[in-house]
Design a protein around this ligand. Sequence first.
Ligand code: ZN
Ligand code: ZN
Length: 409
Amino acid sequence: MSSSDAVLAGLDAELGWVRDAYTELHRHPEVSRQEHATSKIVQDKLAAFGCAVHRIGGTGVVGVLVNGDGPTVLARADMDALPVTEGTGLPYASTVPGVMHACGHDLHVATLLGAAKLMADGRDAWSGTYIALFQPAEEVGAGSQAMLDDGLVTKVPRPDVALAQHVMPLPAGTVATTEGPVLSAGDSLKITVHGKGAHGSMPHMSVDPVVLAASIVLRLQTVVSREVKPGEFAVVTVGALNAGTTSNIIPDRATLLLNVRTYDSQIRLGVLAAIERIVKGECAAAGSPLEPDFEYYDQFPLTSNDPSVTARVRAAFTAHFGPDAVHAAKRQTASEDFSRIPDAFGVPYTFWLIGGADPDAYRAAAAQGTVAQDIPANHSPFFAPLMDPTLSVGVRTHVVAALSYLADG
Ligand code: ZN
Ligand code: ZN
């Protein structure tokens, strides 16, 4: 019997409480940095499993299971929910107005807790150190940095490898991995451009920031279409444009909120430079009286999977789930802050995807080419991963991936 078969022999007996933990978390979602009740549930469970429990970075929790000589594996889950009003109608739907686990982080917590329990109970079958890390505030790109700022690197053993997963709108029961970039780098940018206010009837007295901002929005559309090499990936979205209060006043400023996604650091720097150049150029063309202000926030690092770790974990997944259940992941345009943790330790990592969508509905939509319309994706008010088999798969992926590195017991 392989070590993962031995550890997973106890899975069916654990799925009841894993399901209860999941529905409890789903009913009581907590937004970024406010994961207090979630953190308490995680701490209590990890302590009950026999892990050494550390609170790091506000609501962050790390459970460490030292089990003899051997490699150290760190597995990470994120814990925060989103300011979304749930529309699923599920019996375990959110009871918190305007807050929902719309990205599946409740499922990440429940499955990593399940894996930690099995690793603790199955410690005769493996040797080494298993670290289950529960991170706050992923959605705002701040939680992993908060844990690092609070001394994560010195407070827990240095891992040899780091692992993380995300539930996505892929068929439930499937797993998807890829080498190299899997999630984009993300940058949010607040730009303030300055004009000169005047009465709406006297435009000749103004420098109109509304016209200036409109022209910036249009010109920014050329960054990806004209400056990024065809076939390379970049997204530049103007998500908000605000200026003025009423029809007969020309305001004195406009603000734009931009979102930028890239897979390549050179392309990222080129896109950000092009944005600044265009904004400054348009301000000069408009006769803007002040330089524009650029404020970067909610920045996410690139998630780029180590090829050899990914190959090893994929081989373990294929052996466990069978080749039909393990797919090549397409690069996602979404972003994550997980990679800051392995990068801070200087260790390789892999980040894989697990499906949560109804497989029949997914295949029907795929046959019609309407997956994007018909299958609710992460952050949708209708995002609702199937509990079966997704919870079981999510526990098994964590155990199988960890045991592909840990020594046999
Ligand atoms: Zn999310
Ligand atoms: Zn997420």
